[in-house]
Design a protein around this ligand. Structure first.
Ligand code: CP
Length: 309
């Protein structure tokens, strides 16, 4: 279990109890964000480095806000500012940051598994902010928190994940997370982006979006990741949108109180129409604001575990 070792690497490593604990702590952290003084001393004296080797708006900004609300000393580094550009290895970069007193490293890296390597080799706490096509644990915890807040209970919900499952770290982390908390998870998309063996992760597989949405409580739309596709996996964005984009007519196939989620950034008119993105049943901006409380909770548990509590 990675939290007990002072890391949050992936949802695959967490037990249902770990996840429930983080979600419970996030509820308290959300209260902090409603106060006039949105700050607590939890990470006072602790240096946290945000090391992003891929672009990010939401994850990077909300980790930084979360760290500052917990009173940490925060350092932000990205690929074009670091000496990795000059040939330094990732391990040497982290060793140098540790020598400057960094205790917690929040890392986004294009190589799947990079956070696990660092956790094994370096005596710093590692939080995975997205590794290649593998895991995005903070996004899944946000999604679980947001669904729990709205639906009260996750067990028994029908969760449908739509889009490029093959390249999506959000899909993988959400499959593990929602399964661990007892939801029924389905995936749907073009056959070229649905891994053949995905059913081994205890999910139902569909190729027709209309079939998948019948009875859905939660619809998670995924971004089409053009940057991770090294070959054309579907003929055109227009065709993708025609067969898999979420429209009002398709949303009507789900339950009346179904909610629509998206990790962002959204491609309006491709994964979902503007009518849906801005619809009352879309909780996309709630996901973003919950990101701060959930990331505060993750940092809290990692720091507690690091301190031996
Ligand atoms: N959801 C998400 O990871 O967004 P960013 O890439 O903007 O961090």
């Amino acid at each position: 279990m990675s939290i007990s070792k002072g890391h949050i690497l992936g949802i695959s490593d967490l037990s249902a109890e770990d996840i429930i604990q983080v979600l419970k702590t996030a509820e308290s952290m959300k209260v902090v964000s409603t106060r006039n003084v949105k700050k607590v001393p939890t990470l006072k004296g602790i240096t946290v480095v945000n090391l992003f080797f891929e672009p990010s708006t939401r994850t990077r900004a909300s980790f930084e806000i979360a760290e500052k609300r917990l009173s940490a000393d925060v350092l932000n580094l990205s690929l074009n500012q670091s000496s990795v550009q000059k040939g330094e290895t990732l391990l040497d970069t982290i060793r140098n940051l540790k020598s400057m007193g960094a205790s917690i490293i929040v890392i986004r890296h294009p190589m799947s598994g990079a956070p696990w390597l660092l956790a094994k080799e370096i005596d710093c706490s590692i939080i995975n902010a997205g590794d290649g096509s593998h895991e995005h644990p903070s996004q899944a915890l946000i999604d679980l928190f947001t669904v729990k807040e709205i639906k009260k209970n996750i067990e028994g919900l029908n969760v449908v994940i739509v889009g490029d499952i093959l390249h999506s770290r959000v899909a993988r982390s959400n499959i593990w997370g929602f399964n661990k908390l007892g939801a029924n998870v389905s995936v749907v998309g073009p056959p070229t982006v649905i891994p053949e063996d995905i059913t081994q992760l205890n999910v139902k597989k569909y190729y027709c979006i209309e079939d998948s949405l019948d009875g859905a409580d939660v619809i998670i739309m995924l971004r089409i990741q053009r940057e991770r596709q090294n070959r054309n996996l579907f003929p055109s964005m227009r065709e993708y949108s025609k067969f898999y984009g979420l429209t009002k007519e398709r949303l009507d196939l789900a339950k009346d109180d179904a909610i629509v989620m998206h990790p962002g950034p959204i491609n309006r008119g491709i994964e979902l129409s503007s009518e849906i993105a801005d619809n009352a049943r879309s909780v996309i901006l709630e996901q973003v604001s919950n990101g701060i409380a959930v990331r505060m909770a993750m940092l809290y548990h990692v720091a507690q575990s690091r301190a031996g509590n």
